[in-house]
Design a protein around this ligand. Structure first.
Ligand code: HDD
Length: 737
């Protein structure tokens, strides 16, 4: 069986116990160093049937216990240059000095031209076999476990930009299958800005900072972006998703993923099907609110990166189900009037349900950011037998772009030899030499046919797991620079998306357009975008126009109405609470015995409770403080609970009102605490307090009789807040127009 589960022994350390998922733990607690990861040493080489070949692995970067030069010579001193006397000039002959500085000078490589900012993790994908009827891909057969590496990213920002900007998110998965690497290079939005790859440089140039001053960083709220998308109206559907809550995910763990394009599958009998890929997070789909996102960009620009790594380190392994929407492979490649080759269109789940074909668990953080997250190279053309591309013109252009960009970014054509990119299947190509060649190829005949190497390597037969180019008919046609007429409708799905959202979500869309267009200097651009909004939905256009102090134009064309797709809304449903962050405000004078009980209750549900106190260290010598009033900000927490002071009766359920008139009595009263609570309240988060802790809520201006406020006994507060978190937010607290 081709698998690499966590129960396998660690191949780097003979006889060492397998790395196990840790018990759920507070991620900032000091802990033992992580064990070395197999991928640091390059993947194990196995055959298509899963037999280890014993092929040598690459040398590791660190061995032996002494500091050495790159040539392995041991060093006595790395702190002083070689000089002519203690006060003398530095000698050119100091090889260690020159090697150390020269290497440092060349540490940076070009960042990705898009998706420069990312975070990644290792995991495993387990297929449930549902896809066996439609594809012969071996890794989708029932029960097969495949190691994966996933990189999430923003699109527009530079490598050092903030995480919670309003943007599309990348969701790239590399499956190290027994038949070679398969890359699913998708986004958290199911449609794209453009229909033809030739427009990619245009949309990215428009979205990137202005060329003169290089501002703004990592956002679309500026003239060039709205100039382009209001002129190139096929971008309107994707833009609508960006302006919705999908543009500001709460976490990488709470994002859906989409392959966007339609792909063609082929099964063992040679039958073909068209499919769209979906990742469904088991954590639920959940977003930030815009004010939260903006505060986080300042408070913790690494918010998403930290969240992913902390959750994995704490043992709250995020999981996604992989699903497919299946369509018959008809000659016109249409489904229910939707052109499956148009990447600006989605197919509503109500018309084609998403069928789950397997589950992915991310269970290990990267060991070295540069080696893995930075050097990983995805490509939509990295396919395996049973999965093929379609003629979607956006996908066709991508097939060229990804390898081309790696040549510059990774410095030559041998990037597939970098450990994180190396297939786990045997590789026997005839690619030779080039920059950074690290393979020591044997043989004299890297060409076919040959006799000198015994004819090796051989061609695989049809039944030997070779790639399949599906022999699709290409209709007789003229060479043209044209789109099919079925690509012409730029508005009906943008309308469908907007009208499928709940009133709260629609309000967020209105506010986002008003914010973004409010950042544009040119009134002509605002008016042109309002025209597109008017074509999509009159109320949307009117509300945004009102916010801008403008008048929305009348719709300029008739747009088809389609049924709403409730699946497009993020609201509704309940979700696991594991990994959610709950702040517990306490201090030395708090009812510490009950604080411990509340922490234990939250912990037992898999949540991460963090004690917020006036100072660091321990409360009462026992309870670890994770955040101080100085380092805590509401945006880090999904819910906040205030402890009672030790003097108060712990079950004083009515204390909120009783103390409201005299809030100065509670020791946790501090302007930073009331700001934290007021913000959490405004962002519709669950809040709780037991005993006279309620007086602190009252002092923050939070009325007791409001949805999502739990006051009462400590146990009741812990369970009440837990139940509220399953809905993500207290949605009814958002004011709606
Ligand atoms: Fe792209 C990176 C997703 C269209 C050209 N793209 C990149 C990444 C993701 C996507 C997630 C980051 C990969 C990583 O983490 O390393 N791109 C998409 C999706 C698209 C799409 C879902 C449309 C459905 N992309 C697209 C087009 C082109 C590119 C049309 C060019 C014609 N994309 C690139 C690139 C990047 C890239 C320039 C930059 C870094 C890289 O490839 O490795 O080649």
């Amino acid at each position: 069986m081709f698998s690499k589960s966590t129960s396998d022994p660690d191949p780097l350390v003979p006889g060492a116990p397998a790395p196990q998922a840790p018990e759920l733990a507070e991620p900032t607690e000091p802990r033992d160093p992580l064990p070395p990861k197999p991928d640091q040493d390059g993947p194990e080489t196995v055959t298509a049937t899963g037999v280890a070949t014993g092929a040598p692995k690459s040398s590791t970067s660190q061995s032996g216990k002494f500091l050495t030069t790159a040539q392995g010579a041991r060093l006595r001193d790395t702190d002083h240059s070689l000089k002519a006397g203690p006060r003398g000039p530095v000698l050119l002959q100091d090889h260690h000095l020159r090697e150390k500085i020269t290497h440092f000078d060349h540490e940076r490589i070009p960042e990705r031209v898009v998706h420069a900012r990312g975070a990644a993790a290792h995991g495993v994908f387990t297929a449930n076999g549902t896809a066996e009827g439609v594809t012969q891909a071996g890794f989708l057969a029932k029960g097969v476990e495949t190691p994966v590496f996933v990189r999430f990213s923003t699109v527009l920002g530079s490598r050092g930009s903030a995480d919670t900007v309003r943007d599309t998110r990348g969701f790239s998965t590399k499956f190290y299958t027994a038949e070679g690497n398969y890359d699913l290079v998708g986004n958290n939005i199911p449609v794209f800005f453009i229909q033809d790859a030739i427009k990619f440089p245009d949309v990215i140039h428009a979205g990137k900072p202005h060329p003169d001053r290089e501002i703004p960083q990592a956002q679309s709220a500026h003239d060039t972006f709205w100039d382009f998308v209001s002129l190139h109206t096929e971008a309107q559907h994707h833009t609508m998703w960006n302006m919705s809550d999908r543009g500001i995910p709460r976490s990488y763990r709470t994002m859906e993923g989409f392959g966007v394009h339609t792909f063609r599958l082929i099964n063992a009998a040679g039958q073909t099907t068209l499919v769209k890929f979906h990742w469904k997070p088991r954590q639920g789909v959940h977003s930030l609110v815009w004010e939260e996102a903006q505060i986080i960009n300042g408070m913790d620009p690494d918010f998403h990166r930290r969240d992913l790594a902390d959750a994995i380190e704490a043992g709250a392994f995020p999981q996604w189900d992989l699903g497919i929407q299946v369509f018959p492979d008809t000659e016109d490649e249409m489904f229910e009037g939707i052109d499956l080759l148009d990447p600006t269109k989605l197919v509503p789940e109500e018309l084609a349900p998403v069928q789950v074909i397997g589950t992915m668990t991310l269970n290990a953080n990267v060991t070295n950011y540069f080696a893995e997250t930075e050097q990983v190279a995805f490509h939509p053309g990295h396919l395996v037998p049973g999965i093929d591309v379609t003629n979607d013109p956006l996908l066709q252009g991508r097939l060229f772009s990804y390898i081309d960009t790696q040549l510059t970014r990774l410095g030559g054509p041998n990037f597939s030899q970098i450990p994180i990119n190396r297939p786990h299947a045997p590789v026997n190509d005839m690619l030779r030499d080039g920059f950074h060649q690290s393979a020591d190829h044997s043989g004299v005949a890297p060409y076919q046919p040959n006799s000198l190497d015994g004819g090796c390597p051989f061609m695989a037969g049809a039944d030997m797991g070779a790639l399949i180019d599906v022999p699709v008919e290409v209709p007789a046609a003229r060479k043209v620079r044209e789109n099919p007429a079925t690509f012409d409708d730029h508005y009906s799905q943008a309308r469908m998306f907007f009208r499928s959202l709940t009133p709260v979500e629609q309000d967020h869309v209105v506010q986002a357009y008003t914010f973004e267009l409010g950042k544009c200097y040119e009134e002509n651009i605002r008016l042109r975008q309002l025209q597109s909004l008017a074509n999509i939905d009159k109320r949307l256009a009117d509300d945004v126009a009102a916010g801008l102090g403008l008048t929305a134009p009348a719709p300029a064309l008739a747009v088809a109405d389609t049924d709403p797709s409730p699946a497009l809304s993020q609201l509704g449903g309940t979700w696991p609470v594991a990994g959610r962050m709950v702040g517990v405000v306490a201090d030395e004078a708090s009812d510490l015995a009950t604080v411990s009980e509340v922490l234990a209750a939250l912990h037992a549900e898999g949540m991460v409770p963090l004690v917020i106190a006036p100072h660091g260290g321990k409360l009462g010598g026992e309870i670890t403080v994770q955040r101080t009033y100085l380092t805590a900000r509401s945006t880090e927490f999904d819910a906040v609970i205030v402890a009672a002071s030790g003097a108060a009766a712990p079950d004083a359920a009515d204390s909120l009102d009783a103390k409201a008139g005299n809030p100065g009595g509670h020791p946790s009263l501090d302007p930073r605490v009331t700001l934290l609570l007021a913000e959490a309240f405004r962002h519709a988060k669950a809040l709780g307090a037991w005993g006279d802790g309620g007086s602190v809520l009252a002092a923050a201006g939070i009325p007791a009789e409001t949805p999502g406020i739990v006051v009462g006994g400590a146990a009741e507060v812990a369970s009440g807040v837990t139940a509220l978190l399953a809905n993500h937010r207290v949605w009814e607290r958002f004011p709606t127009a």
